[in-house]
Design a protein around this ligand. Structure first.
Ligand code: PEP
Ligand code: MG
Length: 580
């Protein structure tokens, strides 16, 4: 029997999955791994050589097309780089050696080699040279397409629903592609608890573990694994006793989910009569069915950037308009809080990748509203699409990453300009469209006055607020032990923001991941929060906590928690609070 072992990581959603490991790479480079017979090595190498030859022809044709079109002149430099890489004998020799040494297929060898080249490029200080890793990726992608005769996809298997994806790293865009397959769970070596990959996973409702460091190296294709994302553990090749224990736990969990469904129509009101609003976060359009099933009172956060991540080219106004209209009509009168593009940091794709990739520190660079204000045509297209869709239902416009000052003025001017142009064209939109700001940069939280005065509503983004307040990258597992949304500094800031907004009677919601954690519900109610927005599949568990809460009692206990100055003390006090 194969040896059993376990790995630990950061569980990013609750639940247990039992399935077979499927090793994957970056979605674009998604290839299957298979062993080749020892006598087949030369044939496999020849297959690789043929694919490389085909790509040489492809580049030649491209070059000829460019020569005929002046506008494409500068692209020639890229072809030069690609041809150089293609003809590099050391690179080719490495891949061939990998095939021979590991007895594996050419696609797999190529992607493994690419990963190690990319890792070397990553270490280069010079941003220009570091950028060349994308050329390597592009050329590898071309060869892969030739080898496989199609873009990479997951294998079609009868057992997809029990497939556990094991990857070194996955971007949110990768996960969106995998979304088309009903996989059971995923495990990655890298990643933090509120990275956008984690958020997509939570939205999918699949158990997932990030930051396992070595899973991709240690696990083998087809091995049986238990993913326990509540405890942050993966058990590989479990014995019968463990397997049956986990099957029992899985059944208990499913039974609990069924029981929660009875709360769907209950009004979220605390025992002492305080009304609470529970809304859902969505990342992609098909989440809307889940939102309806959860009984959410609206959409508190529509991360519109996922429309941009799911495709190669930027979506035009019409595509966006149709998407927004689809969501707003699907919500049948309930509000849809549509957040403008929050691209940048760990969410990049399509024609604007290059803008953010050169940033030395993307999370603090040209992200979200900063990118939109710098790229006015891009922003204008989105604003027009949103405004047009607002004629079809209740849309609220939400803007991410505002720091204050001139940004607010420029943003409001851009919205006015979009309205003016639509008016000129005689196009209908909701004239009473509310505009809100995310409070997720410490400067906004601390100097809240202009936000209270100039916006119709606010929404606290605790995922980023934690990252920026504590200076802890939300995507980096190496510092994830420091990432703590209930850090005393965070609680003080949250208490202050909620108090000021409530006093000023400006509606305020919280749409970071902590809104969907039932263990945070009482704490947040005690801090003064009345509107929560979260992944739809966690909503009923939060509602259960709301129904059993007594806000009067919670406020007194939470005031004590806010005074604590040690993270450990806060943790203990929250546990005590939750015990009731
Ligand atoms: C947040 O930062 O808390 C938030 C909700 O936005 P995102 O996770 O998309 O950055
Ligand atoms: Mg954010």
């Amino acid at each position: 029997m194969t040896a059993s072992f376990s790995l630990h990581g950061i569980g990013i959603s609750h639940g247990i999955a039992i399935g077979r490991a499927h090793l994957v790479s970056h979605a674009t480079f998604e290839v299957s791994h298979y062993a080749i017979e020892p006598g087949q090595t030369s044939a496999e190498v020849r297959r690789l050589e043929r694919a490389v030859q085909d790509v040489r022809h492809e580049l030649k044709t491209l070059r000829a097309e460019m020569a005929a079109d002046d506008r494409l002149e500068e692209m020639e430099a890229f072809i030069d780089v690609h041809e150089t890489l293609l003809n590099d004998e050391v690179l080719a020799a490495n891949v061939k050696a990998y095939i021979a040494e590991h007895g594996c297929n050419a696609e797999w060898a190529l992607v493994q080699q690419m990963d190690s080249w990319v890792a070397q490029f990553e270490k280069i200080e010079d941003p220009y040279l570091r950028e060349r890793q994308f050329d390597v990726m592009q050329i590898v992608e071309r060869i892969l397409k030739r080898l496989m005769g199609r873009p990479g996809l997951l294998p079609k298997s009868d057992d997809e629903a029990h497939m556990v994806l094991v990857a070194h790293d996955l971007s949110p865009a990768d996960l969106l592609q995998f979304k088309r397959h009903p996989f059971a769970a995923f495990i990655t070596d890298l990643g933090g608890v509120t990275s956008h990959t984690a958020i997509v996973a939570r939205g999918l409702g699949v158990p997932a573990l990030v930051g396992t460091r070595h899973a991709r190296k240690l696990l083998r294709e087809g091995e049986l694994v238990i993913v326990d994302s509540t405890c942050g553990a993966v058990i590989v090749n479990p014995d019968h006793a463990i397997l049956s224990e986990y099957r029992k736990r899985q059944q208990a969990q499913e039974a609990r989910q069924e029981a929660l469904k009875t709360l769907k129509r209950r009004r979220p009101r605390t025992r002492d009569g305080v009304e609470v609003t529970l809304q859902a976060n969505i990342d992609v359009l098909d989440d809307i069915d889940k939102v309806r099933e959860s009984g959410a009172q609206g959409i508190g956060l529509f991360r519109s950037e996922f429309l941009y991540l799911d495709r190669e080219a930027l979506p035009d106004e019409e595509t966006q308009f149709e998407a927004y209209r689809h969501v707003v009509e699907g919500m049948e009168g309930r509000p849809v809080t549509l957040r403008t593009l929050d691209l940048g940091a760990d969410k990049m794709r399509g024609g604007i990748d290059s803008l953010a990739r050169v940033a030395p520190n993307p999370a603090m660079g040209l992200r979200a509203i900063r990118l939109c204000l710098a790229e006015q045509p891009l922003f204008m297209t989105q604003l027009r699409a949103i405004l047009r869709a607002s004629a079809y239902g209740k849309i609220k416009l939400l803007v991410p990453m505002l720091g204050g000052g001139d940004e607010i003025r420029l943003l409001l001017a851009a919205v006015e300009e979009a309205k003016r142009r639509l008016d000129e064209e005689g196009v209908a939109f909701d004239r009473a469209l509310e505009i809100g700001a995310m409070i997720e940069v410490p400067s906004a939280a601390l100097a809240l006055g202009p936000f209270l005065r100039q916006f119709d509503f606010l929404s606290i983004g605790t995922n980023d607020l934690t990252q920026y307040l504590l200076a802890v990258d939300r995507t980096d597992e190496a510092v994830s032990y420091l990432y703590n949304p209930t850090h005393p500094a965070m609680l003080r800031l949250l208490a202050q923001v909620l108090k000021r907004a409530n006093q000023a009677e400006v509606p305020i919601s919280l749409c970071g991941e902590m809104a969907g954690d039932p263990e945070m519900t009482w704490l947040l109610l005690g801090l003064g929060l009345r509107q929560f927005s979260m992944p739809a599949n966690g909503l009923l568990a939060v509602k259960e906590r709301v129904l059993s809460a007594n806000v009067g009692v919670l406020q007194r206990a939470v005031a004590r928690i806010v005074r604590a100055e040690e993270p450990g003390k806060v943790k203990a006090l929250i546990e005590k609070l939750n015990r009731g």
